[in-house]
Design a protein around this ligand. Structure first.
Ligand code: 4NP
Length: 151
């Protein structure tokens, strides 16, 4: 489960890129993947048009409908991959169970360039921020898939 704040920029893109890597490695549908936001301000909306535009420039087209992260997702998913430390705090604040907290990991734990930094929130910036997020998520989700599929 990929998680960001609004579920319209970063986490939907992370899901789409993870699925792209699965497909390219003959691993399609190997994992049950989803994305959600810690707030529900954009629930029901599609992905942010700047995210979609940037993804299309990079050859990636995907469908998305935003939803909020729920406590029940802790049970549904083995791994909860958050984009930044604020998302991490928000997700963990839903439960005091330390066993559940162990499922939560920062996306850039899998980034060879910038281990454990936040995936920057592109919302208030320009197009270059969306491209930076794309590159970060492209390499991080590829490494995550390698980790999960091949150990
Ligand atoms: P996301 O980006 O968390 O990557 O989906 C954002 C989306 C919406 C807002 C902020 C960040 N917002 O302030 O509405």
């Amino acid at each position: 489960m990929f998680v960001c704040l609004g579920n319209i920029c970063r986490s939907p893109l992370a899901k789409a890129l993870f699925e792209k890597h699965e497909y390219e490695n003959g691993l399609q549908n190997r994992f049950y993947i989803d994305s959600a936001g810690t707030n529900r301000n954009h629930a029901g909306e599609g992905a942010d048009r700047r995210t979609l535009l940037n993804a299309r420039k990079n050859g990636l087209v995907f469908y998305h409908e935003a939803k909020q992260f729920k406590l029940s997702h802790f049970e549904t998913f083995d791994l909860i991959v958050v984009m930044d430390r604020s998302n991490e705090n928000n997700v963990k604040s839903l439960s005091a169970d330390m066993e559940l907290h162990k499922k939560v990991h920062l996306m850039r734990k899998w980034d060879i360039h910038g281990t454990n930094e936040d995936v920057p929130d592109p919302w208030y910036g320009g197009p270059e921020g969306f491209e930076e997020v794309f590159q970060i998520l492209n390499r991080s989700t590829a490494a995550l898939l390698r980790d999960l599929a091949f150990g």
